[in-house]
Design a protein around this ligand. Structure first.
Ligand code: PLP
Length: 379
């Protein structure tokens, strides 16, 4: 079946040409530039594919396991390099789900699994995270939602968009829930490494034979344009199925993405890059928290991890109308409406993007737009 557009992507398409002066809602660290890697790049690097392995550069796959703390639990054969976490999710969902199969997902959550599942003709079962519970994933409801009909459970940890974080014991409980049903459990950890009040959560590929970990260099390292991510799973057939599906989409890895990601994840670079990302993220989050505390009627559950969270708008303001109002003159500030996540009373607030997004200016403009918001405006 045809893949239908989701509101999140639709909004990005509608606003691509808007040229905002500030962005409040960036989900990734400021992007490095090519010059940061030039000294370690080989001018004779062939621009053919890597010519060594259909799963990706072996050194890169070793670094991927190391950053996830999986080097003792998984082998490089369990790792497939993909075009971002998006392709890793795509390959998993498309190979695992058949029409009529059930998939259990969280809401609010990253929409990709739902969009693909609907295109396949699978049944989508949603488990709701509630703001009143700090957007926690209700594991008791997850247990009720999962049955012998469940083929796949899909969540993001840290969660996009709320920044909630499941720790080890929660993940172990989730594994028990999946195991009882014989279901696959995919945990998208694209935001991992930016945890603010707890250690990084263990990767599910190390906890469960049917656990699939997906991730990438896009978020904490800000390298989304490399389109380089991964899928990790100890089930050899699952990985091979993904290799076969990928042969029919992007076919092989992007060599420059692999080479630069390999440099970025080297043990002599990665810890410093993460320290910088954490320092900048923490400083911007502190600014955001102070700013929100000073805004009448606006509140949020601060993210426990990652660079984004959902801000609750003052009563009666519709997120779509507000996001468009804010993007127009004189505010010219971009943010994602909560409608992109089925939360029309919220906006997605984020603190990533580095200096180029003009966060402080953006926050001033959001405050102004809230003040100017026409009372009684048609929603
Ligand atoms: C939860 C989640 N998964 C996957 C992706 C896609 O990331 P990538 O750039 O690694 O494909 C995103 C991007 O926003 C995301 O938020």
């Amino acid at each position: 079946m045809k893949v239908k557009i989701h509101r999140l992507f639709e909004y990005l398409l509608e606003t691509t040409q808007a040229a905002p002066e500030a962005i409040v809602g960036f989900s990734l660290s400021g992007a490095p530039v090519l010059g940061d890697y030039l000294a370690e790049l080989d001018p004779n690097q062939s621009l053919d594919w890597n010519n060594r392995d259909f799963r990706g550069l072996p050194e890169l796959r070793n670094h991927v396991l190391a950053q996830a703390g999986l080097d003792r639990l998984c082998t490089p054969q369990d790792v497939l390099i993909t075009a971002g976490a998006a392709e890793a999710n795509y390959l998993s969902v498309m190979q695992l789900l058949q029409p009529g199969d059930e998939i259990v997902i969280e809401t609010p959550g990253w929409p990709q699994a739902e969009v693909l599942a609907r295109a396949i003709g699978a049944e989508v079962v949603k488990v709701t995270r509630r703001e009143a519970d700090g957007w926690r994933l209700p594991l008791d409801q997850m247990a009720d939602a999962v049955s012998s009909k469940t083929k796949l459970i899909f969540i993001s940890n840290p969660n996009n968009p709320t920044g909630d974080l499941l720790g080890r014991s929660d993940l172990e409980e989730l594994v028990r829930i999946a195991e009882r049903a014989g279901a696959w459990l995919l945990v998208d950890e694209v935001y991992a490494g930016l945890e603010w009040d707890a250690p990084r959560a263990p990767s599910v590929a190390g906890l469960y034979a049917r656990g699939i970990t997906t991730g990438s260099v896009s978020k904490a390292l800000g390298l989304q344009g490399l389109r380089t991510g991964w899928l990790i799973c100890r089930d050899a057939d699952l990985v091979m199925d993904a290799v076969i599906r990928r042969e029919n989409s992007s076919e092989i890895m992007n060599i420059m993405g692999e080479v630069i990601a390999e440099i970025a994840l080297r043990p002599d670079r990665y810890p410093q890059a993460m320290q910088k990302a954490r320092r900048e993220g923490a400083a911007n989050l502190a600014e955001m928290n102070t700013w929100i505390a000073g805004q009448e009627g606006l509140s949020w559950v601060a993210p426990r991890a990652g660079l984004i969270g959902l801000g609750r708008l003052p009563e009666g303001i519709d997120s779509d109308a507000f996001a468009k109002f804010l993007l127009a003159d004189p505010y010219r500030t971009f943010l994602l409406p909560g409608s992109a996540y089925g939360q029309p009373g919220h906006i997605r607030l984020g603190v990533g993007g580095g200096a180029s997004v003009n966060l402080s200016k953006g926050l001033e403009r959001v405050a102004l737009a809230l003040k100017d918001w026409p009372v009684g405006k048609l929603r």
